[in-house]
Design a protein. Structure first.
Length: 333
């Protein structure tokens, strides 16, 4: 999830663990703990593209990381707050829950997390977008109200718990909505006599009303979207796999790792003699019917006997186009 959401969750967890002893400091250090796992994004500055992708939401988002570093961070915080009644064990417990709840929340997104690192299994429920106002806004309002209450006030505890209960309930609801959307896509495929190998669904950006699906057939992928306000049948767009365009590059280490990262959900495109590796899991850069650019696309640049993998940049204008079409599409076809 986005940094603000992780800060809010970490602060709430910190308050539950240690708020009565140290007041708003529990929220502060809980918020810090909730942001630490995402420092893995710094790897993009000193690692190649593929390795940085592999590291993202890997080691730092694991149970192992939480257990290993919670006492270390707890000791540092304890040293900085020796005047507080909280012990090293108290601070370590706060840091553990701040670190651990971060990847648990991320597991509900499309990218997922390697919660059980060093195992390569990536846990991804794909039921919330990385930014979801319905999860974050009510949560942050309850947290702000709690901040202005006395540390021992019962209403302070109630505000924080209400925020946690509502946000957690929303996550459960998104799983139900995902199941309903999956059934809608499945029914549409049956009605259109489409036989497929596998399908995954995910919410469109910023909401859980509009859902998107990737469907794999033998030689192509289908992509479609469905809003709970739709009144017309679901329309699917076909994208050829073009995996054969890789040729000998299919055996290249970096390409094999990209394929593993995407769980096989990828297409290859060729423009002006240049090959591009497209990650299907996050869809297109916008919802315009004429759009062909994927949200995550990588240029495969020959470099002697090896290749360089370069992620195509994203621009503010792409986000504006996405928001314009998204707002229209949410309200039905």
């Amino acid at each position: 999830m986005d940094s603000l959401t992780q800060i809010v969750l970490g602060a709430a967890v910190g308050e539950v663990v240690l708020g009565k002893k140290v007041g708003n400091k529990a929220m502060l250090y809980g918020a810090i703990a909730g942001t630490i796992p995402d420092l893995d994004v710094l790897t993009r500055y000193f690692m190649d593209t593929v390795t940085a992708i592999e590291w993202h939401r890997g080691f730092s988002h694991s149970i192992f990381f939480s257990v290993l570093f919670a006492p270390i961070f707890g000791w540092l915080v304890w040293k900085l707050n020796r005047k507080e009644v909280a012990s090293w064990k108290d601070w370590s417990w706060l840091m553990f829950w701040g670190l651990f709840t971060h990847p648990v929340l991320d597991a509900f997104t499309t990218w997922g997390t390697q919660l059980f690192w060093p195992l390569k299994t990536r846990l991804a429920f794909q039921s919330v977008f990385v930014i979801d106002p319905l999860y974050t806004v009510p949560f942050i309002l309850f947290l702000i109200m709690a901040m202005f209450q006395n540390r021992t006030a019962l209403v302070r505890e109630r505000y924080v718990k209400l925020g946690l209960i509502l946000s957690s309930s929303y996550l459960v609801i998104t799983l139900v909505l995902k199941g309903i959307a999956f059934q809608k896509f499945e029914n549409a495929l049956d009605n259109q006599n489409v036989y497929y190998n596998q399908m995954n669904t995910r919410p469109a950006p910023l909401n859980t009303i509009l859902w998107m699906a990737n469907i794999e057939t033998d030689d192509a992928y289908l992509m479609g979207n469905y809003s709970f306000f739709d009144s017309k049948p679901i329309v699917f767009t076909t994208y050829s796999k073009n995996h054969e365009l890789l040729g000998d590059l299919a055996k290249n280490d970096k390409v094999e790792r990209l394929i593993q990262i995407t769980d096989g959900w990828y297409t290859i495109s060729k423009k002006k003699g240049q090959l591009y590796f497209n990650d299907l899991r996050f869809g297109l850069i916008s919802m315009d019917e004429t759009e062909t650019q994927f949200a995550f696309s990588y240029k495969l640049v020959p470099n002697g006997k090896d290749i360089n993998v370069e992620e195509l940049p994203k621009f503010k204008k792409d986000a504006k186009r996405l928001m314009a079409f998204l707002w229209q599409r949410i309200w039905g076809n």
